[in-house]
Design a protein around this ligand. Structure first.
Ligand SMILES: C[S@@+](CC[C@H](N)C(=O)[O-])C[C@H]1O[C@@H](n2cnc3c(N)ncnc32)[C@H](O)[C@@H]1O
Length: 364
C-alpha cells in the first residue's frame, strides 16, 4: 500500500495523479483520500514512474496502521517525522521519541525538526534523503504509518526554470505546471505540440518525457530563445531527442505542420499583464476580446489534431477587485467539435490572471 502527498494546489495535483495512472496504465485502488493525500493500493510500477508527476510531493510506502506499526520502520541514524491530518507539535515530538526508542537496539538515532509538522522535499534533500529518512503519519479515518520512498525534486524543477540561458519571468509557465499539463492529456506517447511555446518550457517537458516534441510561436525571438534553451537542456539533462520548432501563427497551424498531433498542450497569449485587479465588467470585456482570438486558434487546432486528440489549454480567468474570481463559460468550443473533459484553476498569489486549465477531446 502507498500514499501520495499532494502539492500546493491539491485539487489539480489529485486530478493529475488520476490522469497519470490512466496514462501509464497503473491500476489503482483508492483506500482513503483527503484534501492533501491519497492512500491507495497499486503495483510497484508507481515507484518507477513517480518522478513523472509534477504536482505531488512524496510517495510513501505504508508499513501499517496504528502507532504500533512504528515497530515496522527501518532503522536510520538520522530521520524526521511528518504528520498529516493534524497540526500538533507535541504529538510530533512524542512520535519522534518513540521511534528513537524503538531503534535503540540497532544503534543511536537522531531526529530533526522540519519547518512545519511535516517535511518538504527540499528539506529532505538538504538533510541527505534517502539515507536520512522521513517517517510519515497520516491521520485519516485510520492512522496510516509509512516511510517516504520517493520525492519530487524541487531543485531539478528549479534548475529547469532559472538556469536556462534564456528567461522570460512574467510570461513563462512553471515547469511543475508544464509537467502536470502533459499528464492531464492522458496521452502516453506520440506527437505533442505547443503552438504558443515562447521560450519553450512545455516543449522542454515533452523532450524530457521522450515525446515527439513540436513547438511554435509567432515571435521569431521567442523561437530563437527556445532553441537556445533546448540546446542547454540536451547538454544538462543528457537527452537525445530534439524538438521541431517553427515560427508560426497559432491561427494558421496547417501552413506550418504537415503531421497530425495526438495532443496539444499550451498556455497561449493571456492578454497584457494586469497592474490591478479588474472589476467584473472589465474582466468580461477582456475575456470576450481574447475569446475572438481563441476561437480562431481552436479552429486551427481542428486542422492539425488527430481524431480523439487531447488539448490541455490555459484560458484566463480573473481575480476581481472584490476578491471573487471571474471564469467565463465557453460554449463555442463544443460547437467547434471539442468536448470539455475537465476544468481546473491554478492561481499564483502575485498574478491577477488565474489559469483556467481546460482538458478537451477533439471529437473530429
Ligand atoms: C504566455 S506566452 C507562452 C509562454 C510559454 N509557455 C513559456 O513558458 O515560455 C504566450 C506566447 O504566445 C505568443 N503568441 C502571441 N500571439 C500568437 C499567435 N497569434 N500565434 C502564435 N504565438 C503567439 C507570444 O509570442 C508568447 O510567446
Amino acid at each position: 500500500m502507498y500514499a501520495v502527498i499532494l502539492g500546493k494546489n491539491p485539487k489539480l495535483s489529485e486530478a493529475e495523479f488520476h490522469a497519470f495512472t490512466n496514462r501509464f496504465g497503473i491500476k489503482v485502488k483508492i483506500i482513503e483520500a483527503s484534501r492533501n493525500w491519497i492512500v491507495f493500493e497499486s503495483s510497484k510500477k508507481i515507484e518507477h514512474l513517480f518522478h513523472k508527476l509534477g504536482g505531488s510531493l512524496k510517495l510513501v510506502k505504508i508499513v501499517g496502521e496504528g502507532e504500533e506499526s512504528i515497530q515496522e520502520l527501518t532503522y536510520s541514524k538520522l530521520f524526521t517525522v511528518s504528520i498529516y491530518g493534524k497540526e500538533d507539535w507535541k504529538l510530533w515530538r512524542k512520535l519522534g521519541s518513540q521511534i528513537k526508542k524503538t531503534f535503540k537496539s540497532e544503534g543511536s538515532a537522531k531526529f530533526f525538526k522540519p519547518a512545519k509538522v511535516y517535511a518538504m522535499p527540499s528539506e529532505l534533500i538538504l538533510k541527505g534523503f534517502p539515507e536520512t529518512k522521513d517517517f510519515v503519519f497520516i491521520y485519516g479515518e485510520k492512522l496510516w504509518v509509512g516511510e517516504t520512498i520517493k520525492i519530487t525534486d524541487p531543485f531539478e524543477l528549479k534548475k529547469l526554470d532559472v538556469e536556462r540561458p534564456v528567461q522570460r519571468a512574467i510570461f513563462s509557465i512553471p515547469p511543475r505546471l508544464a509537467r502536470i499539463m502533459v499528464n492531464l492529456t492522458e496521452v502516453r506517447q506520440g506527437n505533442f505540440l505547443d503552438p504558443f511555446c515562447g521560450i519553450g518550457t512545455i516543449v522542454q517537458e515533452f523532450i524530457l518525457q521522450g515525446l515527439n516534441a513540436y513547438g511554435s510561436d509567432s515571435d521569431p525571438k521567442a523561437i530563437r530563445g527556445a532553441k537556445e534553451n533546448l540546446k542547454w537542456l540536451k547538454k544538462e539533462f543528457r537527452v537525445k531527442k530534439t524538438a521541431h520548432l517553427e515560427v508560426c501563427d497559432a491561427r494558421k497551424l496547417k501552413r506550418c505542420f504537415r503531421i497530425k498531433f495526438d495532443a496539444i498542450v499550451t498556455e497561449p497569449w493571456l492578454g497584457k499583464p494586469l497592474k490591478y485587479n479588474p472589476t467584473r465588467g472589465e474582466a468580461i470585456q477582456m475575456a470576450n476580446q481574447l475569446d475572438r482570438f481563441y476561437y480562431q486558434v481552436f479552429d486551427s487546432f481542428r486542422d492539425v489534431l488527430k481524431r480523439n486528440g487531447r488539448v490541455v489549454f490555459v484560458f484566463p480567468a480573473y481575480k476581481l477587485k472584490d476578491g471573487r474570481i471571474y471564469r467565463k463559460e465557453r460554449r463555442w468550443v463544443e460547437k467547434l467539435g471539442f468536448e470539455v473533459l475537465a476544468k481546473y484553476t491554478d492561481f499564483e498569489e502575485r498574478h491577477k490572471v488565474v489559469r483556467d486549465i481546460h482538458v478537451l477531446r477533439f471529437k473530429g
